[in-house]
Design a protein around this ligand. Structure first.
Ligand code: NAD
Length: 336
């Protein structure tokens, strides 16, 4: 009788790292994923579990300790003044309840915490720098420390103001957000690509990433891209608000678009209500979301909670069940 031998933890860890590194390179650097996200997430989870069970085997270069992948050489490099990080994940309600409990224990509060719930937009993270109200730089996240200079490309996106609104803009603002491609624009783009005999895109996320990371900004200008702001990394020349929700209000005043679904929610049950509601309406939104992001609203509490390796302790991404395995894999040739 033959039985399949379970690999030793060190070997399995190494195999998972090699596989995840290959997949990340295809996804982040080439905008050409080789597997659905759910498969990546499962392998990533397995690696996390093994590393938790064997902390002596954790190394700095493990995918669990890193963000994204290296920038493409073709672009100028941008060193981020404040690193662009990833987010921890909750894959079910219990994991979200555990997150809320950890937050309350660390903060030593017994009552419900105020969070801001935001759709987790499935596009590409971008940093925009405004000096005295003028857009001076746009960059991708890259590996979190160093991104790609895509200033010329972001300037072609209508929802990114070249000048902030108002007579008294901050002297310096670094805003972060997501560039996405709406479904309607995605369908048109793929039709045009097909007619021209060019490669079609597997999904709107890859189309957005591929469109933004063009060396010729005239191509980006023809692509239907939209930007939604979701956080601020640097603000000078005016006081930093007390809460994330007040910061989002300030961004709206400055004419930076914040997603209309964003809500302030008190306590864990309100978070779950938000999640269930938007999950139910997900198919009717004109852009892809792959879950919900919850952020502790008070900035002093965010500072108290701090960060753990590649992610903040004050926020979490609550992922939707892996739908793409059923839809995308059946509908789209992943090998395009
Ligand atoms: P993440 O997607 O889990 O979370 C961080 C990102 O969320 C941010 O960088 C930002 O771009 C985005 N985001 C969207 N809405 C946001 C909001 N409201 N507030 C804050 N951030 C928001 O982390 P990640 O490190 O970018 O990517 C990991 C994910 O990418 C995996 O879970 C996997 O699904 C996918 N991935 C897939 C492959 C593949 O081969 N298919 C490879 C690598 C990664």
């Amino acid at each position: 009788m033959t039985s399949k031998k379970t690999p030793a933890p060190a070997d399995e860890i190494q195999q998972l790292r090699d596989t995840l590194n290959d997949w990340s390179y295809r996804y982040y650097t080439l905008d050409d994923p080789s597997v659905p996200d759910a498969e990546y997430d499962r392998a990533f989870r397995r690696l996390q579990e093994l590393e938790e069970a064997h902390p002596d085997l954790v190394t700095d270069d493990s995918p669990t300790q890193r963000v994204g992948d290296a920038p493409l050489d073709a672009f100028e490099e941008v060193r981020h003044a404040v690193p662009m990080l990833s987010l921890g994940n909750a894959f079910n309600d219990q994991e979200l309840r555990d997150f809320d409990q950890r937050v309350r224990e660390r903060l030593d509060v017994s009552g419900p915490v105020d969070y801001v719930a935001e759709p987790k937009l499935d596009g590409l993270a971008v940093s925009l720098v405004y000096e005295n109200g003028r857009l001076v730089r746009g960059a991708t996240r890259g590996d979190g420390e160093t991104g790609e200079d895509i200033t010329a490309n972001v300037r072609t996106i209508d929802s990114i103001p070249l000048r902030l609104r108002g007579d008294n803009p901050p002297t310096l603002l670094e805003v972060r957000g997501e560039v996405v491609m709406p479904h309607s624009g995605f369908r048109d783009l793929n039709r045009r690509q097909e007619e021209a005999g060019h490669k079609t895109f597997a999904n709107p996320r890859n189309a957005a990433a591929g469109s933004l990371r063009q060396l010729d900004s005239r191509i980006t200008a023809e692509r239907p891209l939209e930007f939604y702001a979701y956080s601020v990394a640097r603000l000078e020349g005016e006081p930093w608000p007390d809460t994330h929700s007040a910061m989002l209000d300030r961004l709206r005043e400055l004419n930076l678009r914040v997603n209309g679904e964003v809500r302030r929610c008190r306590g864990i049950d309100a978070l779950l209500d938000f999640y269930n509601d938007i999950q139910e309406r997900r198919e009717r939104l004109d852009y892809d979301i792959d879950g919900v992001v919850y952020k502790v609203d008070r900035f002093d509490w965010q500072r108290d909670l701090g960060f753990v390796s590649r992610a903040p302790r004050w926020a979490i991404a609550h992922k939707f069940p892996a739908q793409e395995e059923l839809t995308v894999l059946n509908d789209v040739d992943w090998q395009v």
